[in-house]
Design a protein around this ligand. Structure first.
Ligand SMILES: [Cu+2]
Length: 156
């Protein structure tokens, strides 16, 4: 009985980290979960989202982002002005110490201009996100429709 149990445990332990890494990245004290970009209609900008956890004692921040497959990426937030939702370019996206930052639809996001190829559901887009302290982090963002992403979330 014992060897079987051992094997089962080893398999479980071996499996857990690889599953966690499938949709996440770490750099220093930062952990990025669920990086994704939305599908777009042709010639319209896309947007990128993710959750960043900071286990460290110092705050960090996204200061820029770029991709070889798009013209440029800006850091954006949404604000309410005279009852209308508007987007604003911001200098950085703060990730508080022992805290997290969430880039999501209707909130903070990476604004992606001039994709050289259409961003199709099921594809990926490489984006290098540069953090003020942790430095650059190269990631593959999953391309999903907003509806598809909501469905994934709902199943958790
Ligand atoms: Cu925007």
């Amino acid at each position: 009985m014992k060897p079987v149990l051992k094997l089962g445990l080893a398999a479980m332990l071996g499996l857990a980290p690889s599953l966690a890494l499938a949709d996440g990245y770490t750099k220093g004290d930062l952990k990025v979960e669920n990086p994704w970009v939305r599908t777009t209609i042709p010639d319209r900008p896309s947007a990128g989202y993710m959750i960043i956890q900071n286990a460290g004692d110092a705050a960090d921040a996204i200061v820029s982002a770029s991709s070889p497959k798009v013209e440029r990426i800006e850091l954006h937030t949404h604000i309410m002005e005279d009852g209308v939702m508007k987007m604003r370019t911001i200098e950085k996206i703060e990730v508080p110490a022992k805290g997290s930052a969430e880039l999501k639809t209707g909130g903070l996001h990476l604004m992606i201009f001039g994709a050289k190829e259409p961003l199709k559901d099921g594809g990926t887009l490489p984006i290098t996100v540069v953090f003020e302290k942790a430095g650059p982090l190269e990631m593959e963002f999953a391309v999903k429709s907003v509806a598809g992403e909501k469905k994934t979330r709902g199943s958790h």
